[in-house]
Design a protein around this ligand. Structure first.
Ligand SMILES: Nc1ncnc2c1ncn2[C@@H]1O[C@H](COP(=O)(O)OP(=O)(O)O)[C@@H](O)[C@H]1O
Ligand SMILES: [Mg+2]
Length: 587
């Protein structure tokens, strides 16, 4: 399954901007009232702007020509009042749309983040966190900018231009057609050039995503970078990403501004046309000076917004490019769908079965070939095998972090895909090879995913921990439950992290518990404590232990040897050791 967003953006069929806009507007249906009010305000404003020139023309022809200055003053007063109303309407509209833009931004970010939370592990394997952050932060803001600053101006200019166009045609059809002709040329140019502009902007955003990914990688791995003295190397890499971001941003900027001189030129040409043709008409007695003044004003009213429209249209292309990048995420299927299923009675045991399971990560190489085995409740299983043999992969399939490419994984004789995520995660506990802890206290990290204890006081929680036999682990932490972990648990050792992850998983009391090398960084004495705790788990708990130390494996009821796509049952401990040694000799 391909989840790579940058791949998808190349393959995705191009949808028209307006269709995309409509989809985007569906996100803010509850803003309909505000949008409507803003549109009304815009219409009022445009109406006033449009009637201005007509009134001026009328005043010239009726009062100025007859030197009736009283009438001129009265109309000037009326015009002033109208422009004031226009000012208020325009102010209201900007205020309203600012709010709409921000709410839209808020909602968009929420929607994307929630979507990200639903996507399968494979998605995160294939996309860089930095690029995703850039999509959530940067690209959504481009859309907000369009909505809060440009959309209404956009509607306003279109209304004004349409009105001006109608006036131009109504006053004198011939002159009107001549005046509007340059507009038609601009329209065609715009239509042709827009996809190119959008592409330039999409590229620029992609580079920004790349830059963000570079920053993220550098910051996350700073220890490795410093330890290997690769600061220069990373500096170069960053500079390269920064440069590429910069050049593509400049290219997008040029593309975004390309319309402005083009529109300016055609606007000037149109005015020249009106003036020449108009004066000619006056000289032949077909036109009055007042009409020519109105006419010029309407031509300005048509072409000035057009200049604005050039900038707005570019903003629109930017927003649409951002929306494309976001909509790829939103259109992703949460693969790992839940199949419809018959309800099974709730049980505290877990039967696990692999039925002819094959699996490969996205790059197509098959990691497991036709694997079948069954795990019974209450037994302890050990998975052994060389590094890279497929142990973690097998465990990930048991916990349904991925779906098999072929075959089925059965939980309690039912396809694991038919379980709701809550049900499944309640049954299966997974202590990952590289546990992740959140910034916060030990308590918060233990409660993560343990909803039943959320309301517990520290004392209650400590009792629970004692009952589970975990208190000797907790005592390792100086301040117990209140020990603070900074920046994702960097303030404690890897072994300590594994202990917290161990407590977190055991307290959930899962029917099946997987430990993926969970004791690899723990001393033998503490490991013995963990062993005792595991022995004290309810009798029906299935334990799957991935480990290297032979004594850990020794206690297992059954041992599976995982290597080269196969999961083979070793007859006895001695067999398993033999297989391991053989594997080592071969490699
Ligand atoms: N996220 C991944 N994407 C692609 N290949 C992976 C991924 N994780 C593991 N692999 C590959 O799968 C194989 C098995 O890995 P893994 O199950 O982690 O081995 P083990 O846990 O036994 O050391 C390895 O060859 C590894 O390269
Ligand atoms: Mg592993």
């Amino acid at each position: 399954m391909n989840y790579n967003l940058n791949d998808i953006s190349e393959k995705q069929e191009k949808v028209s901007s307006l269709k995309a806009l409509r989809k985007l507007l569906q996100l803010i249906t509850e803003e309909r009232r505000n949008l409507l009010l803003a549109v009304i305000a815009i219409l009022v404003n445009s109406g006033i702007n449009l009637s201005g020139p007509f009134i001026v023309g009328h005043v010239i022809d009726t009062y100025v020509v007859h030197k009736d200055f009283h009438g001129v003053l009265v109309w000037a007063g009326i015009l002033l009042a109208m422009y004031l109303v226009g000012f208020v309407a325009s102010y209201m509209q900007s205020r309203m749309m600012g709010g709409v833009g921000q709410r839209m931004l808020f909602k968009l970010r929420n929607t994307i983040f929630n979507k990200l939370q639903e996507l399968p592990v494979a998605f995160f394997n294939q996309n860089k966190a930095g690029d995703l952050i850039s999509r959530v932060n940067n690209d959504t803001d481009k859309i907000n900018q369009f909505f809060s600053q440009s959309l209404m101006q956009f509607i306003g200019t279109i209304v004004t231009m349409t009105g001006a166009g109608i006036f131009l045609l109504a006053i004198n059809p011939e002159l009107g057609v001549a005046t509007l002709l340059p507009g038609l040329v601009i329209f065609i140019i715009t239509k042709l050039v827009s996809p190119w502009i959008k592409k330039r902007n999409a590229e620029s955003m992609q580079r920004t995503g790349g830059l963000s990914a570079e920053i993220q990688e550098g910051l996350q791995n700073f220890k490795v970078i410093i330890a290997f003295n690769r600061r220069d190397y990373f500096r170069d890499r960053f500079e390269e990403a920064n440069k590429s971001n910069y050049t593509s941003a400049v290219a997008a900027g040029i593309a975004n501004n390309i319309f402005i001189p083009v529109y300016g030129f055609f606007a000037a040409a149109a005015q020249l046309l009106v003036l020449t043709f108009g004066i000619y008409l006056i000289s032949t007695g077909h036109f009055s000076i007042g009409l020519l003044v109105s006419y010029l004003a309407y031509a300005v009213n048509f072409y000035n917004p057009l200049r604005q429209l050039a900038a707005l249209w570019a903003n629109f292309q930017v927003a649409m490019a951002g929306w494309d990048r976001i909509s790829y995420i939103l259109s992703m299927e949460n693969n790992l769908p839940v199949l419809p299923a018959t309800i099974v009675e709730k049980s505290n045991v877990a039967n696990m079965e692999f039925n002819d399971v094959s699996f490969g990560y996205d790059d197509g190489k098959e990691i497991l070939h036709h694997v079948s085995f069954a795990l019974e409740p209450g037994k302890t299983y050990a998975l052994v095998g060389p590094t890279g043999g497929g142990k973690t992969t097998t465990a990930s399939l048991i916990a349904r972090l991925y779906d098999p490419t072929k075959g089925t994984v059965l939980l309690d004789h039912k396809d694991i895909r038919s379980y709701q995520p809550e049900e499944r995660t309640k049954k299966i506990g997974f202590i990952l090879q590289d546990p992740f802890l959140f910034s916060g206290t030990v308590r918060e990290n233990i409660l993560y995913g343990n909803e039943q204890y959320v309301g517990y006081s520290n004392e209650q929680l400590e009792t629970t921990i004692k009952d589970a036999g975990l208190e000797s682990i907790l005592s390792i932490f100086e301040k117990g439950l209140d020990t603070e972990l900074s920046s994702g648990g960097d303030s404690i050792s890897l072994g300590q992290k594994q202990l917290i992850a161990f407590m977190r998983a055991v307290l959930r009391n899962p029917a099946l518990l997987i430990l993926d090398e969970a004791t690899a960084n723990i001393d033998t004495i503490t490991e013995q404590i963990l062993q005792d705790i595991l022995n004290k788990l309810p009798e029906t708990t299935t334990r799957v232990i991935i480990a290297h130390r032979l004594n850990t494996i020794q206690n297992a009821d059954e041992i599976f040897f995982v290597n080269a796509g196969e999961v083979i049952r070793a007859g006895s401990f001695e067999d398993a050791v033999k297989m391991l040694l053989q594997g080592e000799r071969h490699s």
